[in-house]
Design a protein around this ligand. Structure first.
Ligand code: FCB
Length: 423
């Protein structure tokens, strides 16, 4: 199975999950700096990447991939969230970009991967404006070298886990607040998109294809609502214009009138973060909506990753084909796909997971979907938000005592696929 010429084979990371050095070079505080998680772990050191970035660029190059997706830390560039720009932050990412380009690695740059300056709150409309200003600083500083931009990473996860479920920073516990937060992220994208430089500017969504447990009308309706919650709520405004009516009614039923201002549609590509699919059952007591997502570990008889998620490569093909069917010929990049496996450096589970998902992407391409690249999550084992350092997603193992990096078998297998541009 061959892939298109110029196909990007990347590995993904995000700033807060790997950088550490939270006080270096004038960085401001972010909402994740002080947020307490159950494990008690923090991002203070993480993979110490802020200091080891040169070695990590060599590592990316040594894998043989031709792309690297990473995020800029807003608090390093505009420490107070508004106003003064920190030149040392700009210089840091400038050096990183140059080093990547010197090695022929295409940077795929995320502007925002959840490390919001602590002075800001997505429930406020003002944050969308501040984001667009920050984006403009990044476009001006790096637009000469970056072709692939992602404005915001996963508004659903950041909005719901951070503002409704309280398990991610900033720890909000109110669905109405979360709806406003997600709305302002989409608005922030749109305002930044108006100021986009040349190249391709997209947004990355955590997409979750849903399958009814049975063919009953109730389960099919439940799967449709779950799809609306995770997928259509974001894809419709970005690719068609306007929120889906059915979901707007459901949300207003839960949280009262919303009066969300219209957001101009627009993105040059959609970033797809895909981990697994959902099997959905009607459940009148479901929150926030009347369905239940079956637990792969104990309610389904399916193959699991070490993290307990179903291994469902077909879900990725279905999702990509559906994007084309429902939203037209929008270019797509897989911006995240990966799994928790604990074995290292010999990780046959991840090798298999990776190969099957790359194959699933190839099948979607064969069916006419315009996929521009695949970025595996993650380059390195790293700080997995509320779960701390225990889950390991890396193509490269990190020993957190010594910060030694060891390429896993999956990293080598992936490099070979990238080098051949074929599976
Ligand atoms: C996604 C996040 C990413 C990482 C993976 C496992 O939701 O975007 O930062 O945590 O999950």
């Amino acid at each position: 199975m061959r892939f298109p010429d110029d196909f990007l084979w990347g590995a993904s990371t995000s700033s807060f999950q790997i950088e550490g050095s939270l006080d270096a070079d004038g960085r401001g505080r972010s909402i994740w700096d002080d947020f307490t998680i159950e494990t008690g772990e923090t991002g203070a050191v993480a993979c110490d990447h802020y200091r080891r970035w040169r070695d990590d660029v060599e590592l990316v190059a040594s894998l043989g991939v031709n792309a690297y997706r990473f995020s800029l830390a807003w608090p390093r560039i505009v420490p107070d969230g508004r106003g003064a720009v920190e030149q040392r932050g700009i210089d840091h990412y400038s050096r990183l970009l140059d080093a990547l380009l010197e090695r022929g690695i295409e940077p795929v740059v995320t502007l925002y991967h959840w490390d919001l300056p602590a002075t800001l709150d997505w429930r406020d409309r003002d944050t969308a404006e501040r984001f667009a200003e920050y984006a403009a600083v990044c476009f001006d500083s790096f637009g000469d070298r970056v072709r692939w931009w992602i404005t915001i990473n996963e508004p659903w996860v950041h909005g719901i886990l951070g503002y409704a479920d309280g398990i991610h920073a900033p720890g909000g516990k109110d669905l109405r607040g979360a709806v406003h937060a997600m709305h302002h992220m989409l608005l922030g994208h749109a305002l930044a998109y108006e100021r986009r430089p040349r190249g391709e500017t997209g947004i990355a969504f955590s997409l979750f294809p849903t399958y009814p447990e049975s063919e009953s009308d109730a389960d099919r309706e439940a799967a449709r609502i779950c799809d609306g919650y995770h997928n259509r709520w974001f894809l419709d405004p970005m690719l068609k214009g306007g929120y889906p009516d059915d979901m707007l009614r459901l949300y207003e039923d839960r949280v009262g009138p919303l009066e969300l201002e219209p957001i101009p549609a627009g993105c040059d590509f959609v970033g797809v973060n895909y981990y697994s699919r959902g099997v959905i059952r009607h459940d009148p007591d479901g929150t926030p909506f009347p369905y239940h997502v079956l637990h792969a570990r104990n309610e389904l008889d399916v193959e699991l990753t070490d993290g307990g998620y179903e291994i469902a490569p077909f879900g990725l093909t279905d999702l990509l084909v559906r994007l084309k069917r429902d939203y037209g010929d929008v270019p797509v990049m897989i911006t995240e796909n990966g799994a928790i496996y604990y074995d290292a450096p010999h990780d046959p589970g991840r090798v298999e997971f990776l190969r099957r998902h790359v194959e699933a992407v190839g099948e979607a391409i064969a069916q006419g979907v315009d996929v521009r690249g695949y970025c595996h999550w993650s380059l390195l084992d790293n700080f997995e938000w509320a779960m701390g350092y225990k889950p390991r997603f890396g193509l490269v193992h990190v020993d957190y005592e010594t910060q030694a990096r060891t390429v896993k078998d999956s990293g080598r297998a992936y490099g070979e696929i990238a080098a051949r541009n074929a599976l």
